[in-house]
Design a binder for this molecule. Structure first.
Ligand code: A3P
Length: 291
């Protein structure tokens, strides 16, 4: 709990947002969660394509059966481990009933049982600039967040790691290091945009699943941006409007790589690039800023 409180306090958000309190109250349950060896964990920094990879995994587990994958909203089919929001099921209440979980936790906060059980994990990273833009819009529509202020203000907070879940740089680097010693399939949003079929096949191989090509094609179709955007069980429209207001910005916003070019000024980009270089110094992590 101390580790968690320290992390949240570092973000300077705990006093600002009463909605974070339920996360703290449920933290003991998250921390003591007993993972099973065959549990799969999906880990991401927010706005990196969590919903996309979760839908792919659910389709794989259900052998490409779209109807089964429409049984419930994605946030109940692949629940968020640390999620706790009054009026909604908390992640820990669903953990025992599902084979796969997702988290935005940085490595140092992941419940130890996942490491002890050597569970398979999929980490999905997305380039920092597109994440910042996507997060800025998400802050506006997902009401558990404070007002993000102007784009320039938000970008400053993002670079300083003063946003929910902290520093993007530490997050991607932390998981990048862990993959050396654990069963982590480290994926990139940009690769999924470029060649989604190849990436789905990587997931299949990682999970030891062999599906017919026609089933893989069905998964590919069902998890395309266009299909997910109109699918209420994937597009978050099943969230109550007090929690997410899609009229401000839809959850399935643009789903593209390189949208940051429409938001970053030349000056912001220069400052960002210099800061990025500094933050990522010494790491072998590489990702594409556009495709
Ligand atoms: P944008 O805001 O850039 O459009 P997360 O699920 O981690 O919150 O990430 C949400 C981001 O992933 C949003 O990015 C969303 O549009 C994008 N996304 C969701 N499903 C997608 C898909 N099938 N293909 C491409 N992008 C997708």
């Amino acid at each position: 709990l101390l580790k968690f409180l320290f992390f949240v306090q570092e973000l300077e958000v705990i006093h600002e947002i009463p909605l974070y309190r339920p996360f703290v109250e449920k933290w003991a349950q998250v921390e003591s969660f007993q993972a099973r060896p065959d549990d799969l964990l999906i880990s991401t920094y927010p706005k990196s394509g969590t919903t996309w990879i979760s839908e792919i995994v659910d389709m794989i587990y259900n052998n490409g059966d779209e109807e089964k994958c429409k049984r419930d909203a994605i946030f109940n089919r692949v629940p968020f481990m640390e999620m706790s929001c009054p009026g909604l099921l908390s992640g820990t209440e669903q953990l025992d009933t599902v084979p796969s979980h997702r988290t935005h936790l940085p490595v140092q906060l992941l419940p130890v049982s996942f490491w002890e059980q050597d569970c398979k994990m999929i980490y999905l990273a997305r380039n920092a600039k597109d994440v910042a833009v996507s997060y800025y819009h998400f802050y506006q529509m997902a009401k558990m967040h404070p007002d993000p202020g102007t784009w320039d203000e938000f970008l400053g907070k993002f670079m300083a790691g003063k946003v929910a879940y902290g520093s993007w740089y530490d997050h991607v680097k932390g998981w990048w290091e862990k993959k050396k010693a654990y069963r982590i399939l480290y994926m990139f949003y940009e690769d999924m945009k470029k060649d989604p079929k190849r990436e789905i096949e990587k997931v299949l191989q990682f999970l030891g699943k062999d599906l017919k090509e026609e089933v893989v094609n069905k998964i590919l179709h069902h998890t395309s941006f266009q299909e997910m955007k109109k699918n209420p069980t994937a597009n978050y429209e099943m969230m109550p409007t007090w929690a997410m207001d899609h009229s401000v910005s839809p959850f399935m916003r643009k789903g593209m790589s390189g949208d940051w070019k429409n938001y970053f000024t030349v000056a912001q980009n220069e400052i960002f690039d210099a800061h990025y270089k500094e933050q990522m110094k010494g790491s072998t992590f590489k990702c594409q800023m556009e495709i």
